[in-house]
Design a protein around this ligand. Structure first.
Ligand SMILES: [Fe+2]
Length: 415
């Protein structure tokens, strides 16, 4: 049973403008009237592009850090595309790797604009793919709402130009694209996603080794699936980013919290039709409360504004849920997972935050960003069936830790 989004009273203490409140409801009504909500189901794919030559190493990292495992690869005119899956209800994970180091598209150009992303010009979270009953009708409706799409002939990435997909332009507000498909992402033959590409024996062995290790250590059982994706945007664009995503999706604005210590807010949208976030993860937006150019009046922290100035507007982290419970030694599963990942050489930012002493709460941690995707991985354990989505104190501690990830060893960046 789907939640009634029109009567939902958003949670949280971050104030929204009358403009936002008015258009939020207008957008929901238009989605229902235009038929968009009836067409869209949920997120069925997450797409990440990596630089030429990085896909295997990135997949190996995903084996350790996520529940995703390789299912097949296809070769297109411009990229190799690797499909990964976890349990069948969760979105597929698609890794796109350009065939050449010189490959350039809109996302490369966006990466080139910012000091910390230009050394890895194609490393970027591209966006989500929504399952729809009808791609052409979805596009027709969204174009009538002034959402812009690439025509297949101007789409530089041959995979995105596939007839079974349509992808929006990268958003001016978030840098993310949104894709739509009516196809079964497991049936890559029918998808016409290029020629079948076999991994070499050495590549297969490398992934098999990683898989065996995650079975031995139990990581494969404890890391459950994607919980949310968090995009960072500039201070003044918070409401627009939310309204734009509500326009392009079937999600609703769940609520927004002011994270006073970090001078930012966390703004959450969710799929009203799912009980389990892992089947269609929440989409979160984080913005500073004040823009960088007035920040020095009060000298408040501004890690979110700094991130955007260093990397551009983009997805900041992808969070995975960890199975709730205690591991053999009596420590919480998330503490065990982080300990094992550290042994494998995966660096984390600060410590696990939140306490789970016999009562419902959240424990969370951020990894350091991946050098292949630039994404931070978050782990979240909802202890004793904690029902809330997050706690303000955890978010403040995590945001502060992520701020330290911004410190740059060389070159001119904002600290
Ligand atoms: Fe998060």
């Amino acid at each position: 049973m789907s939640l009634d989004i029109l009567s939902w009273k958003p949670l949280g203490d971050k104030e929204n403008s009358d403009f936002f409140n008015e258009y939020r409801l207008k957008i929901y009504e238009r989605r229902q009237k235009s038929g968009l909500d009836a067409l869209l189901k949920g997120i069925c794919g997450l797409v990440v592009q990596v630089d030429h030559g990085s896909a295997l190493a990135y997949m190996e990292e995903l084996y350790y850090m996520s529940p995703y495992r390789f299912s097949c690869a296809r070769l297109n005119e411009t990229p190799k595309v690797y499909f990964l899956r976890s349990s069948s209800e969760q979105p597929r994970f698609i890794v796109v790797e350009p065939l050449s180091r010189d490959y350039v598209d809109d996302l490369t150009r966006l990466n080139m604009l910012y000091p910390r992303s230009r050394d890895t010009p194609n490393a970027r979270y591209v966006g989500e793919i929504f399952a729809t009953a009808d791609v052409a009708e979805t596009r027709r409706i969204l174009e009538s709402h002034d959402i812009r799409f690439h025509d297949p002939e101007e789409e530089q990435n041959a995979f995105f130009a596939n007839d079974h997909f349509t992808f929006t332009f990268p958003s001016d507000i978030t840098g993310n694209r949104v894709g739509y498909t009516a196809a079964d992402l497991d049936d890559t033959e029918a998808l016409g996603a290029g020629q079948r590409l076999e991994l070499t024996a050495a590549e297969t062995e490398r992934l098999a080794k990683a898989d065996a290790l995650t079975k031995e250590t139990d990581l494969g059982r404890l890391i459950l699936g994607p919980d949310h994706m968090a995009t960072r945007i500039l201070a003044g664009e918070r409401e627009d980013a939310l309204l734009e995503f509500l326009t392009m999706s079937n999600y609703y604005f769940w609520g927004a919290y002011n994270i006073h210590e970090m001078n930012s807010s966390t703004n959450v949208t969710r799929n009203p039709s799912v009980d389990d976030e892992k089947t269609s993860p929440a989409k979160v937006f984080t913005a500073n409360n004040t823009p960088s150019f007035v920040n020095s009046f009060e000298g408040r922290p501004m890690p979110t504004e700094n991130f955007v100035r260093n990397y551009g507007r983009r997805l900041h982290h992808l969070a995975y849920e960890v199975l709730d419970g205690d591991h053999k030694g009596g420590e919480k599963n998330i503490d065990y997972v982080v300990g094992e990942l550290k042994k494998l050489g995966i660096p984390f930012l600060a410590k696990v935050v939140g306490e789970c002493k016999d009562e419902p709460n959240l424990k969370q941690i951020f990894s350091k960003h991946s050098k292949y995707s630039l994404l931070i991985t978050e782990y979240v354990e909802r202890c004793y069936n904690y029902e809330g989505f997050f706690t303000k104190s955890n978010v403040a501690a995590l945001t502060e830790a992520a701020g330290h990830d911004e410190r740059f060893e060389h070159g001119h960046v904002f600290d």
